[in-house]
Structures are given as C-alpha cells and as structure tokens.
Write a protein that binds this ligand. Sequence first.
Ligand code: AMP
Length: 221
Amino acid sequence: MAETRYIFVGPPASGKGTQTKLISETKGLVHVDTGSLLRENIANKTKSGLIAKDYIDKGHLVPAKIVAEIIKDRITQQDCAKGFILDGYPRSIEQAKKLEEIRQKYLPQIQFKVIYFDIPMDNLLERIIHRYSCPKCGAIYNMKLNPSSKGNKCEKCDVELTQRKDDTKEVAKARFETYNEETAPLINYYKKQNALVKIDASRTVHEIYQDIVRIMKNDNN
Ligand code: AMP
C-alpha cells in the first residue's frame, strides 16, 4: 500500500508553518518548507538564492524550475524516508504537475494527501505584520495575538526575535494576490483527484493540531 505524505496548502499566515512545526516535532515527520529553504539559499548566496531573492522581496513566486530542484533534492534525502510534510509547496498547478513527475520518478511508493487550511483572509494581513520568529529554533510569535512572555526574545532560546523581510504590508499584499491567482486553483485541482481534506483553520492552534493528528491517524501514520 502507498505511504501517505502530506501537503499543507493555505494562504500566507494561515498557520501552516506553526502546525507543520508542531506535527513534525511530535510525529517525527520532516518539515519541508520551501520558504525557509529558499531563505537559506539566499543567506548562503547560492546561485538559486541569488535568483530567488528578487522574487521573494516582491512577494512573487520563485521560478518553478528552481523550487522543483530544491524540493527534489530535499525529499529524496534519507531522513525524509520516514515521512515528511510539504509546507508551501506546491504553490501553483505547474508546481503540482512537477511534483507528480518527481514522485513518479523518485518516490513511486508514496501518495500525497493535501490538507487545506480554510480561513477567511480578512485578518491575515494583521497576523503577518505582527509576526516575529526565533532565528534559532523557528518558533513563531505574534506581538499582538501570541506574544513571547520574554518580550522581544524567544521563550525557549532567549534569542532576540526577528521579523521576516517580506512580512511588510506592501509585500504581504502582493503575496495574497499571488496566492489568489496561482495557489488557490490547487484546491479544486486536488479536490478533483480526491486528495484534499479541508480543515477549519480559524480555530485555536490546539484544535487545528488535533484535527490534523486525527486525519493522520486514519491514514495509519
Ligand atoms: P513562505 O515562507 O512560505 O511565506 O514563502 C516566502 C516566499 O518564498 C514566497 O512569497 C515566495 O516568494 C517564495 N516561495 C516559497 N515557496 C515557494 C514555492 N513553492 N514556489 C515559488 N516561490 C516560493
């Protein structure tokens, strides 16, 4: 029987990153997050990173070929054999088709299930512009909704929190447009393949977490 791997799809700041982090810690799945992988490439000044930077700074999608290469390299590594969650990939129909090619060629034993984070988009801009994270452990805080008890430092690491460069109002607006135009069509695409499960992502972190765990349990993971 095919082994299930998960794709988390939803608008920016819908909570995908928070849930992937929690689930990967408790279930031992590898968190594969294209945004972070691209930011690492930028920090390391790789060829892909240098190209990606301009697109990220504008809130646009990085060219599909670059992201596909990064994803293929990551999900075929040994640690991913025990299971992984794709957070932020695919982000367009073109990328979904590319992912299917990668699956068929390198990982034919797996099948994907898509968890769609359904949430009204009205309050997400607020979430983004007050979002800070720990550069060491990746913990995500929100200065208004979920502040660190240590002010501008991480509760766990005591390291100063930082804000992502693309978490400004202007870039975030462009990211929402990109989501509506390029990523939202994936919902119907995967629905038609019977691969989509919708969850109500406007609830608490704990409620959403329990929902995802229940879905995974039914898949025997
Ligand atoms: P995220 O950390 O998921 O919010 O992604 C930050 C930025 O990285 C996005 O606004 C895009 O510019 C870029 N990015 C992340 N994932 C992808 C992807 N699958 N395809 C293209 N660009 C991406």
